[in-house]
Design a protein around this ligand. Sequence first.
Ligand code: CDP
Length: 223
Amino acid sequence: MSYNVAIDGPAGAGKSTIAKLFAKEMGFIYVDTGAMYRAMGLYFHGKGITPQDIDKIKEGCKTVDVSISYENGKQLVWLNGEDVSKKIRTEEIGGLASSYAVVPQIREKLVELQQKLATTADIVMDGRDIGTVVLPNADLKVYLTASVKERAKRRYKELIDKGMQVTIEEIEEDIRGRDYRDMNREVSPLKQADDAVVLDTSFMNIEEAAKALKELFEQRKDA
Ligand code: CDP
C-alpha cells in the first residue's frame, strides 16, 4: 500500500519547497498540481480562449494533453508533447492558472490525472483541493499557511533573486487577489479539510516547517 500526503494552502505559504524537502528525505514522489493548472492556463490563454468561453474550453479539454514525468526526482510538465516546466514559472502564468482553475471541466480533467498518479507510489501532493477533493482518504492532510505579509515578503525575495523587477506592494496585491479567487470560487474552493492539521509557517523557516511535517507524518503512520 502506498502512502498519500496531501498539502493545501494559499499561494506563497511554502507548500512546494516544503513538500519537495519532505519527498527527498522520505523517498516519496512530489506531485505539484499547481504546475498542471499553470500548463492549462498557458494553453488556453495562448489559444485566445478566455475562462468564460466554456464551450471552447470543453472542446479543448477533449484534446489537450497535460502530463508529468520525473527526471532525477524532478517533476517535468508536458503540454501536448512540449516540456513547459520552465515556461510556466512566471507570475503571469500563476495568475492565469488561478483564472482558469475556476472552470469545472479543467478541474475534472486534472483531478482524474492526479488521482491516478496517487495510486502509483508514495506521494506528497500539493495544491488547493488535495485534502478535500483529490485525495479525501490521504494518510495525512496538512493545511499550510502564513500571513499575507509574510507570504508577499517571501515571494518578493524569490522574484528579486531571479532578477525580476517587482515591488512588494504589487506582490501583496497579487497574493490577495489570488487568495480571493482561490477561496471564493464555486468549484473546489481552497479551504481546510475537516481532518487537516494546520501548520502556520509565518514564524518558521523551511527546515523547521519540513521537520514539523515529517513529525506529523511519523505520528500518523505509527498511529
Ligand atoms: O506556487 P503558487 O502557490 O503561487 O501557485 P501554484 O500552486 O502553482 O498554483 C497556481 C494556481 O492554480 C493557484 O492559484 C490555484 O488557483 C490553481 N490551483 C488549483 O486551483 N488547484 C490546485 N490543486 C492547484 C492549483
